[in-house]
Design a protein. Structure first.
Length: 331
């Protein structure tokens, strides 16, 4: 079987962008692939410097994967930090990564541009972890001989960089030492819009958290900004933020019915938001319950992650042994 791998960075609470863009497609893929799914905790350290906060987010992402249906008996499920082979591979990859490649990484470029716009030093607030982020991510991927990486669109460049780095190594040693990974994007969920219509992102503060309590969920949905069309006016579902989100959660029949009501007029934004809340809550409520039970049992969560880490290390140590030999580090 082919290998599917993906990770989530615990820099905040999971949101429905993570769920539809990555978690759901990844779990679907796990039926036909050998799956390795993990929590990219050392990636989060680049931005989360409060120890309690980081620990909380790690637990939340772990519980989130499980609440969404990940079966740790079938999927190798672990924390990046529990697989030290990742960091050895990252060191090897560094030697084959052009500095210029890192200069072109979107996240780094965006940070530089933001500094320039504020008239600050271009490198202000940028740590080496952010700068070399794609190398560590390449290590995550290449360590497991990954064939496909299910991700949202924002991660495509990172997977392409992993390809570049792997090719550089294969070329140098004239051997297929590393498997060249492919990003796997489901077009319909490649970019999930947030409450304001921009890409849903922790950094835009426009997310619908996956496990928000019901009351907060309703409040967030009611906060979606709409235009000033009156109740009577017909509305266009194709340009409507509420409808875009509705589509993710509703059946085809429900989508058609709501589209028809939009076009007929007589439906106000308040009612549309209520319809959205109903379908969102229908899908999220059972997951939320599982999530809360998992969070309430940190020892159980740790045990699951520990067992996963052992399986992950068993695989990873083989890749490292192969590479050490090939590069001449093992005498
Ligand atoms: P992260 O933690 O930012 O996001 C996790 C996953 O959620 C997807 N995603 C979205 N998809 C669609 N629409 C959105 N609005 C949206 N927001 C987030 C992301 O594309 C991602 O798939 N660098 C990665 C973590 C990582 C990783 C890896 C992923 C580290 N190592 C190895 C794959 C393989 C990241 O920051 O994702």
């Amino acid at each position: 079987r082919k290998i599917s791998l993906t990770g989530i960075k615990p820099t905040g609470s999971l949101h429905i962008g993570n769920y539809f863009g990555a978690i759901k497609p990844a779990l679907e893929l796990a039926k036909d692939y050998d799956a390795r799914y993990f929590i990219a905790d050392y990636h989060a350290l680049n931005s989360v410097k409060d120890s309690k906060e980081l620990a909380t987010y790690i637990r939340e992402v772990a519980a989130g994967w499980l609440a969404a249906g990940l079966d740790p008996e079938k999927v190798v499920f672990y924390r990046q930090s529990s697989v030290p082979e990742t960091f050895e591979l990252s060191t090897i990859l560094m030697a084959f990564t052009a500095k210029g490649l890192m200069n072109r990484a979107h996240a780094y470029k965006a940070a530089v541009q933001a500094n320039n716009e504020k008239g600050e030093d271009p490198d202000a607030g940028i740590n080496m972890g952010l700068y070399t982020y794609p190398v560590l991510m390449a290590a995550d991927i290449l360590l497991f001989d990954t064939d496909v990486v299910p991700v949202g669109k924002d991660q495509v460049q990172h997977v392409e960089m992993a390809q570049d780095i792997a090719q550089a190594i294969n070329f140098n040693y004239k051997k297929d030492l590393l498997v060249i990974p492919q990003a796997l994007i489901q077009e319909s969920v490649a970019v999930i819009p947030g409450l304001d219509g921009r890409k849903m992102s922790k950094s835009y503060n426009n997310t619908i958290p996956l496990f928000a309590p019901e009351k907060q969920l309703r409040k967030l949905i009611m906060r979606i900004v709409t235009n000033s069309q009156t109740v009577e006016e017909p509305k266009n579902p194709d340009t409507c933020q509420i409808f875009a989100l509705y589509k993710l959660f509703a059946t085809k029949e429900e989508q058609d019915a709501l589209a028809q009501r939009y076009r007929a007029g007589g439906m106000g934004w308040g009612e549309a938001k209520e319809a959205l809340f109903q379908v969102v809550n229908r899908e999220l409520a059972p997951m939320r319950e599982r999530f809360e039970a998992l969070i309430a049992d940190p020892a159980g969560l740790n045990k699951t992650l520990q067992e996963g880490a052992e399986k992950a290390r068993a695989i990873a140590s083989k890749t490292i042994a192969r590479l050490r030999k090939a590069i001449g580090i093992d005498l």
